[in-house]
Ligand binder design. Structure first.
Ligand code: AMP
Length: 509
């Protein structure tokens, strides 16, 4: 048996050893030969440290190419990679470590002291890993275990064996560990290479974090599978991304990348001359951003939809029309349907309901939560995404929002996206977030949090009055709150739970 994912990513493909896999910010070139070598050396170190096939390797470290090699080394050793958001506090990390019981916990040197107690409590071995520095500065204890040379490591792993556990971002509830198999990741990489036409000639700007499915799997696995190249950036910043575009072909980003790039004068059709593809996902891209981007650069952003539990699910077409405000069609091999949230019955085209998906991308369940898994993943393979949406008259999928963000006011369903779209069209509005908060008469009252343009008047009436002939009365905001920004997590998702908490007593105080 081979190692299913390692083979799909071509890790030991000797034919491409001399070609470049990544250009790093410190000027180093990283070849595919180095990927093969360093990932095998990490795998050798893990095995020497007692990591066995199926063991979890929990990792909370800064983004670096070595951290990516640690992911690949974990796969090669047959273990299960468990990346953790660098923003999580030691208390939050302790929850994940206690839940996942990893054999090894790798953290930044600055966190070692705070995490030592939870490692000791759970029996995890603790090692540290900073960003590797040529000058020999302290880059952590793990490197001391990595041998100078190692034979290629490929622990046999089949399609159904676990490759990773990713905890959901938990914007609507407690984080759950999504178990992803080798074939979940391999099949998704393969279909995205085809759908987005990635080849060995591509040079992808990689400015996403690598603790999340977008930067870790979509961007990295697709490039590895296609034999293309990464232009590696530790963090996103608009100016370096624009500077890199001249020598790049593709960018994958969350919507905030695009709004921040649009704020730069340097974004012109000329700097995009070698670019062939701009992909957006992980949070809704405003239709307005899509239009502005096209006007400024001549390129239509390709929006896709995915989630931790199911990797990528839909994509706008590469060849056909990329419709603003939609996430396109199900990927090849993926089935999607819209169902009644209560009865589960299929709904007609155009009706809003719960999105369910099925396919080789759908995860194996939630770690140690068989009941939660049974609620959301049926025995015939359909997964209840928790997203509400519809299929439009041309088959494009539209996401209306998370089911948990649905507002029920006076017994009527209010889809926040519908109200937000109307508000966002008003002059002087940058963006908005519509939430439901407890209301003594209506159960929930609709509240709009609005970000006005600089200098625009902050008058609630200027928002509510124009909506009166566009939205039914029960959908209109009962209160408008102006804010300078919306709270977002690192993937650009608006944190509605935080907004609901902030404004919880608005109608009851
Ligand atoms: P995560 O598991 O952190 O990747 O979050 C997945 C969730 O992000 C999905 O269930 C959607 O609610 C949301 N999401 C991802 N991509 C899009 C998109 N293109 N448009 C709207 N929502 C999206």
């Amino acid at each position: 048996m081979t190692n299913h994912l390692a083979a799909a990513l071509g890790l030991d493909d000797a034919a491409r050893h001399d070609r470049r896999f990544a250009t790093l910010e410190d000027g180093r070139d990283y070849t595919f030969g180095a990927v093969d070598d360093v990932s095998s050396r990490f795998a050798t170190a893990l095995i020497a440290l007692g990591v066995k096939p199926g063991d979890r390797v929990a990792v909370q470290v800064e983004k670096s190419i070595e951290a990516l090699m640690l992911y690949l080394g974990t796969i090669r050793a047959g273990a299960v990679f468990l990346p953790l958001n660098t923003a999580y506090t030691p208390t939050e990390v302790a929850f994940f470590v206690e839940d996942a019981e990893p054999a090894l916990l790798v953290c930044d040197p600055s966190r070692a002291e705070a995490l030592a107690p939870v490692a000791a409590k759970t029996g995890a071995r603790l090692e540290t890993m900073g960003v590797w520095a040529a000058d020999g500065a302290d880059h952590g204890s793990l490197f001391a275990h990595v041998p100078q040379t190692a034979a290629p490591v490929t622990a046999p792993r089949g399609p159904d064996d676990l490759a990773a556990i990713l905890y959901t971002s938990g914007t609507t509830g407690r984080s759950k560990g999504a178990m992803l198999s080798h074939d979940n990741l391999a099949s998704n990489a393969r279909v995205l290479v085809e759908t987005w036409r990635f080849t060995a000639d591509d040079r992808l700007i990689h400015a996403l974090p690598i603790y999340h499915t977008h930067g870790l799997f979509v961007a990295s696995n697709v490039t590895l599978a296609a034999g293309g190249e990464l232009i590696w950036m530790a963090k996103f910043a608009p100016a370096p991304v624009i500077a890199a575009m001249g020598g790049a072909t593709a960018l994958m980003g969350v919507p905030t990348f695009y709004t921040r790039l649009l704020a730069e004068e340097g974004l012109t059709p000329e700097v995009c001359r070698s670019m062939r593809l701009f992909v957006a996902g992980s949070a809704p891209l405003l239709a307005e951003t899509h239009r502005q981007w096209q006007a400024r650069t001549g390129h239509a952003i390709l929006e896709r939809y995915g989630m931790t539990e199911a990797s990528m699910i839909t994509s706008n077409p590469y060849g056909g029309e990329r419709r603003a405000g939609t996430v396109g069609f199900p990927l090849a091999g993926v089935s999607l349907k819209v169902t009644d949230p209560e009865s589960g019955a299929d709904l007609a085209q155009g009706e809003i309901g719960m999105i369910r998906v099925k396919g080789p991308n759908v995860f194996r369940g939630y770690w140690k939560l068989p009941e939660k898994t049974a609620e959301e993943l049926s025995t015939d393979g359909w997964f209840i995404t928790g997203d509400l949406g519809l299929i439009d008259d041309r088959g494009y999928v539209q996401i209306v929002g998370r089911g948990k963000d649905l507002i029920i006011s006076g017994g009527f369903n209010v889809y926040p996206k519908e109200v937000e779209s109307e508000i966002d069209r008003l002059p002087g509005v940058v963006e908005s977030a519509v939430i439901g908060v407890p209301h003594p008469d209506f159960g929930e009252g609709v509240v709009a949090v609005v970000v006005p343009e600089d200098g625009a008047a902050r008058e609630a009436e200027a928002i509510i009055a124009p909506l009166s002939d566009r939205l039914a009365k029960f959908k209109q905001p009962k209160r408008v709150i102006f804010a300078d920004t919306l709270p977002r997590n690192t993937m650009g998702k608006v944190q509605k739970k935080a907004l609901r908490e902030t404004h919880a007593a608005l109608f009851t105080d």
